[in-house]
Design a protein around this ligand. Structure first.
Ligand code: G3H
Ligand code: ZN
Length: 284
């Protein structure tokens, strides 16, 4: 089937009380691991690429792989630009065939974030593409998006209501205590804040920086309105650990298939676990 929008998957998730996993990819093995996991779990799935992923793999390769994956899959698949930061980049991805874009204006002043997101949603909605925005600043590092701990800023529920009303995104990424990358200590999510945001806006909410967040916190976040959950770091850890193990036990191995194959399996295990945790298993 053709690529579907993230909004379609997130709205269904909101009605069903679960969240859909969004997994960052930048090569074939990651894509295959995610898609095979989704098929085996009978789960809807969101493939996404950050600016860094597009730079590394090339946008045409990312779109071509995702398109083939969606056509062959028996589960719904979306392709999302993750943490896009400009109107031009969002337009390029839409023209190339992305079914959804995140335009991350969280580094901008409130009014500039509203203006940027509204400009993108006006075009994206006209051509059937969904839009995710971010309000508040999620800490940590996601490729070239770096937010120091002192600059991270939680989402204000009242600001969120005004932002959604004016900018018209389909989904809102909220800052409630998660951060991108490997956590130093256990993240503490502000569930009261999440409940307050949920009470003020009616669109699906997105949790970034979900790698390393304890399972019970994830389950609680799903109950409080999170319907898209982003995972990148745990895939990177699974990939790199498997490659390291292979090369340590077989230092003379030179066949990429024997080096990357086990990494693909390791990532697939992570994705399946996440789909069960998010509740999207069996929801295709
Ligand atoms: O946008 C991507 C995700 O927010 C990555 O989060 O580093 O916790 O996997 P993560
Ligand atoms: Zn993110």
């Amino acid at each position: 089937m053709a690529l579907v929008t993230v909004a379609e998957l997130a709205q269904r998730a909101a009605q069903g009380g679960y969240a859909v996993g969004a997994f960052n990819l930048n090569n074939m093995e990651i894509l295959q691991a995610v898609i095979e996991a989704a098929e085996e779990e009978r789960s809807p799935v969101i493939l996404q690429a950050s600016q860094g992923g597009l730079k590394y793999a090339g946008i045409d390769y990312i779109v071509a792989m995702a398109r083939v994956a969606a056509e062959r899959a028996s589960v719904p698949v979306a392709l999302n630009l993750d943490h896009g930061t400009s109107f031009e980049q969002a337009m390029q991805c839409i023209r190339k065939g992305f079914s959804a874009v995140m335009v991350d204006g969280s580094m901008l002043e409130f009014e500039d974030n509203v203006a940027l997101v509204r400009r993108v949603t006006d075009v994206a909605h006209a051509v059937g593409v969904s839009v995710e925005a971010e309000l508040g600043k999620i800490g940590g590092t996601e490729d070239d998006i770096v937010v120091a701990e002192k600059d991270a800023m939680m989402t204000d529920p009242d600001e969120a209501a005004e932002f959604v009303e004016r900018a018209k995104p389909d989904l809102l990424a909220v800052a409630i205590g998660t951060a991108h990358g490997v956590y130093k200590g256990e993240p503490r999510l502000d569930f009261d804040r999440l409940l307050a945001i949920k009470g003020k806006v009616s669109i699906p909410l997105v949790l970034h920086g979900a790698s390393g967040v304890p399972d019970d916190a994830i389950r609680r976040a799903c109950k409080l309105g999170i319907t898209k959950i982003n995972i990148d770091t745990e895939l990177r850890v699974a990939f790199s650990s498997a490659v390291r193990d292979t090369l340590v036990s077989n230092p003379k191995e030179i066949d990429p298939r024997k080096i990357l194959g086990p990494a693909r399996e390791a990532m697939k295990r992570v994705v399946k676990e996440k789909m069960r945790l998010f509740g999207c298993s069996g929801k295709a």
